[in-house]
Write a new protein. Structure first.
Lengths: 421, 282
């Protein structure tokens, strides 16, 4: 079996994670009498994971460069408050309420301020040489305090009608047809990438995977896409919401018309976009290569002419941008921005990244690992909530799982273990 | 590459280099030179200033005063990039490889090949890496493993290949055989011989006498930031060199080569004409 996997050049750690996730899902499904693996629950799970997943993608880069960011939850909080004020108090002075540009401008402001906040922390780490742990621990307090200052603690609500679509919810999805189109594009992209990679390797006469392995890989990936999309499409809108939607559009309300699929929730689409872009950045650009080089040997990176200080600033600024996106998702989901939004998110994000196989020693980590890590964390939490487990017991279990995950990773894989050995 | 026997001009000369750190004169008026196809050892105790001197050449430090002359022209070397622009490559003691990256990724670190969209062209880099490494070490197979999975000798091959890839003409090797086994030390020795045949000039820094004497054509010996003397390896015995390192004195039978002030440069060699004399004790 292991030999088969290595022939297919599949990351063994990824398989391990997927198996763990499967065990958790099946376990909860059995324990809850079939209520866990349902279209509805999987839809909710994807929406609940989105905010942490987006930040986890950035945290991978931070941890790979041997830093840490403890401030992400607080930065999310302050950015959500700022974006809340921008869309409810500031922009309505110039635009109508629920103007189609409001959400774009709001998000843009959030992203710019997020980049600035991250950049400032990056300068403190890179140029001033203060350890990232301290800078971002300070940041945690500073930005949480700043979140309160934005409105003197008042919760901002209601948010812009279009902005709240970023949080998913009944209308924050793209519907069945578009979901199938996205699936088609994804499958074509998967096949295209596999063909191009093979062709490139062949043009240099490098060894390639056997053809059957290429097919199996591609079919498994495409199959996964189809299963996910089919599941999300199988979750229908509640009858009353469907009725309202049909009435708004002037379509007669009949039993078959009422079967309206949710499709892909917008936050999940955002996660996919962020993850794809960052994976390309990590694997195919100089920036990504330098991030890993710095993590592997900062001195070597410096000697190779890489500007390590500037890279540090860039990585932290990127983290700030992702915090802004997460802030939009989570405040939109709650349809309000409170100053405690994102509390303890830094720990969820770091836990997700570490469960996903990123080494705290730096130099090693993957975006997709972090995504699965985030899903594992959220699955545990949702599953226990579904079973009615005490919140205090939930924390205990999640804490233990985190430690266990890192231990098993250390035990089963040596650091930078040789995949061919 | 340059033909060894025709070129008489040094590849690199460092003239009258001074540098001090907080009042301590780490390098005090030292001059050395290096010719194509030549391996020159720089010897001395810890703290003799040999590493500091070399770091000035590789751009890690800047001299307080003195000249660096590359191919007969004065060169300004203010950072590692300047050194590289002058075809001077340094292979550091800690190997300066990123352990988590594979051989090709390390070879091209900081100078990646990209396609027309600005994305990394991994295949082209791996292709070139295979070519260069094969020339250096035909047994090298682990192209896709992180370099942490390689043996010390293989890692050294990667580090040297990295320098070759960018057409280094002067190679600075800081303790190339530190932490290597007997077999691997031999392998590095063979590598150095091959580079020499290709017409590169190599500066070896080490405090292991055996390695350096076996590999070098000439030796520059330093003590307390000053040059004790420069000798041809064939003219001296182990004990002579030890005396130079420990006592800071030229061996008796070579005293005639010593210039004023007991510091000297060797003469009478067609490859290494007596071109400079360092002055100390100002």
């Amino acid at each position: 079996m292991l030999r088969l996997l290595s022939k297919m050049e599949v990351d063994r750690r990824l398989v391990g994670l997927a198996v763990v996730l499967l065990i958790i899902w099946v376990g909860f499904d059995i324990a809850s009498g079939g209520r866990f693996i349902t279209p509805r629950n999987i839809f909710n799970l994807s929406v609940q994971t989105a905010s942490v997943a987006v930040m986890a993608c950035g945290m991978v880069l931070i941890i790979v460069t041997r830093h840490i960011d403890l401030s992400v939850g607080a930065v999310l909080g302050v950015l959500a408050m700022i974006m809340g004020i921008v869309q409810t108090d500031f922009l309505p002075q110039f635009l109508d309420y629920n103007h189609p540009l409001t959400w774009v401008l709001t998000l843009a402001v959030g992203i710019v301020i997020g980049a600035a906040i991250g950049g400032i922390q990056g300068v403190a780490v890179g140029y001033l040489g203060v350890p990232a742990f301290i800078v971002t621990l300070g940041g945690l307090l500073v930005w949480r305090g700043a979140a309160w200052w934005v409105t003197q603690g008042r919760t901002v609500a209601p948010l812009d009608q279009n902005f709240i679509l970023l949080g998913g919810g009944i209308e924050g999805t793209i519907g069945a047809t578009w979901s199938w189109i996205v699936a088609l594009i994804a499958i074509l992209a998967i096949a295209y990438a596999a063909i191009m990679e093979r062709r490139r390797r062949l043009s240099f006469e490098f060894p390639v995977k056997p053809v059957w392995a290429e097919y199996t890989n591609t079919i498994i990936k495409a199959g996964l896409v189809l299963v996910v999309i089919a599941t999300l499409n199988a979750y229908h809108l509640p009858t009353r919401a469907a009725e309202r939607l049909l009435e708004n559009k002037g379509i007669p309300v009949t039993p078959e018309n009422l079967e309206i699929s949710h499709g892909i929730p917008i936050p999940l689409l955002i996660v996919a976009l962020v993850a794809i872009i960052l994976t390309i950045v990590v694997k195919r650009t100089r920036f990504g290569r330098y991030v890993f080089a710095i993590g592997g040997n900062p001195q070597a990176a410096e000697l190779a002419g890489i500007n390590v200080k500037r890279m540090t600033v860039a990585v932290f600024a990127l983290m700030g941008v992702l915090c802004a996106i997460s802030a939009a998702i989570s405040s939109a989901r709650l349809q309000s921005a409170g100053n405690d939004l994102g509390t303890l998110d830094e720990l969820r994000v770091i836990a997700a990244v570490v469960i996903g196989g990123t080494s705290l020693a730096g130099g090693l980590g993957t975006i997709y690992g972090a995504l699965i890590g985030a899903l594992v964390m959220q699955s545990l939490q949702s599953g226990m909530a579904l079973l009615g487990v005490d919140t205090s017991l939930q924390s205990i279990v999640i804490g233990l799982v985190l430690v266990l995950a890192v231990f098993s990773d250390k035990y089963f894989h040596r650091r930078y273990s040789d995949p061919s050995a | 590459m340059t033909d060894t026997n025709i070129t008489k001009d040094p590849l690199v000369e460092m003239r009258d280099i001074h540098i001090s750190f907080g009042g301590v004169k780490a390098v005090d008026g030292v001059s050395i030179d290096l010719y194509p196809g030549e391996v020159v050892g720089v010897l001395g105790h810890n703290g003799a200033g040999k590493s500091t001197l070399i770091k000035i050449l590789s751009g890690a430090y800047q001299a307080d005063s003195g000249q660096i002359i590359v191919d007969g022209k004065e060169a300004k070397i203010e950072n590692a990039r300047d050194a590289r622009d002058n075809n001077i490559e340094t292979i550091y003691q800690n190997l300066a490889l990123a352990d988590n990256l594979d051989a090709a990724q390390n070879l091209f670190l900081g100078r990646e090949l990209t396609d027309k969209f600005g994305f990394l062209n991994e295949a082209a880099m791996e292709h070139k890496a295979r070519e260069v490494l094969h020339r250096l070490n035909p047994n090298f197979k682990k192209f896709t493993s992180p370099v942490s999975a390689l043996s010390g000798g293989q890692r050294q091959s990667v580090a040297i290949a990295r320098a070759l890839l960018f057409e280094a003409r002067v190679l600075i090797m800081d303790e190339p055989c530190a932490a290597l086994g007997v077999h691997e030390t031999k392998m590095v020795g063979e590598l150095i011989d091959q580079l020499k045949r290709d017409g590169l000039g190599i500066l070896l820094i080490s405090h292991d006498l055996h390695d350096v004497i076996d590999l070098s054509d000439r030796l520059h010996v330093m003590k307390n930031g000053k040059l004790v003397g420069s000798v041809r390896t064939e003219d001296v015995t182990h004990d002579d060199v030890l005396g130079m390192i420990i006592l800071g004195k030229m061996p008796e039978h070579l005293m005639h080569l010593a210039g004023p002030g007991a510091t000297n440069a060797p003469g009478s060699s067609p490859d290494a004409p007596n071109s400079q004399t360092s002055e100390i004790g100002k």
